[in-house]
Ligand binder design. Structure first.
Ligand SMILES: [Zn+2]
Ligand SMILES: [Zn+2]
Length: 264
């Protein structure tokens, strides 16, 4: 979940925690958009100078909520080839509970940014899907992350690769194999339900394959405001259960443990 430091979220960390407590959740994770090198996607993330303030606020709320709610301290970092050493250095600078790795760019195209949605009209959708899944595979292989974020974000605006594309299916399989081999968790995110595509990330067929392969899942609401805390969680957990998944990943000091899915 996010904070206003990324310039596209609202609410204090305490307000996110209060929302979680009133929903009866036992654990949440804050993972605001991480600082990146200055050339990269600057308006959509905190500046490096804001990182200490972010950590202080989350630590303060974590300590305040102790006994009622576990508050984990994380980051949503970007995977963008060429920035790995910057990200590695930043991850090393703090004792995170977890770090999400997300792909938001193909080359210099922010494919999920509404401001550059026109690029979709000029691109070959099948190529965009293949390029995207190959980048997500590399994000798993780079070894920096605990969770692979929203693993088919490429569908956000509803652009669909041709049905039955063998190339896209092969790219999806490469991604799943990379995630399995890297032993990282895959996010199941309700954010897609709130986007034009109107669908959980990742799609059901990817969940089915990942579940059969034994890839662990971590739930994320990707809340950008306190009212989105826990949004769609039941739908995501039910979908996982329909494919035989019985537990989800939690993180403490970058150690993964599996929690039985329970309701109520
Ligand atoms: Zn965001
Ligand atoms: Zn993201």
């Amino acid at each position: 979940m996010h904070t206003p430091r990324c310039n596209h979220a609202t609410g204090s960390v305490q307000e996110y925690a209060d929302a979680a407590i009133s929903l009866g959740l036992r654990e949440i994770g804050m993972s605001d958009h991480s600082p990146m090198p200055s050339f990269y996607d600057k308006p959509w993330r905190m500046d490096r100078s804001e990182l200490p303030d972010y950590l202080q606020e989350v630590e303060r709320v974590r300590d305040h909520c102790r006994g009622r709610l576990s508050v984990r301290i994380g980051l949503e970092a970007d995977f963008h080839p060429g920035t790995e050493s910057y990200v590695a250095e930043m991850i090393d600078s703090y004792a995170w509970d977890y770090v999400i790795g997300s792909v938001h760019y193909i080359g210099d195209w922010a494919f999920d940014n509404p401001d550059t949605i026109d690029v979709w009209d000029q691109c070959v959708i099948e190529d965009a899907y293949c390029d995207y899944f190959d980048l997500v595979a590399r994000s798993a292989q780079c070894g920096l992350f605990d969770i692979i974020g929203h693993p088919d974000l490429i569908k956000k605006f509803g652009h669909r690769a041709p049905a039955g594309s063998a190339r896209v299916a092969a790219a999806e399989d490469r991604m799943l194999q990379a995630i399995l081999k890297a032993d990282v968790a895959m996010e199941i995110s309700s954010a897609g339900l709130r986007k034009p595509v109107g669908e959980i990330y990742p799609a059901a067929h990817l969940i089915e394959k990942a579940a059969a392969m034994g890839i662990p899942f971590a739930f994320g609401s990707d809340a950008h405001s306190p009212v989105e805390v826990g949004h769609g969680m039941d739908a995501c957990l039910s979908l996982l259960q329909s494919y035989g998944v019985t537990s989800v990943a939690c993180f403490d000091g970058r150690q993964r443990s599996m929690q039985e899915i329970s309701r109520g």
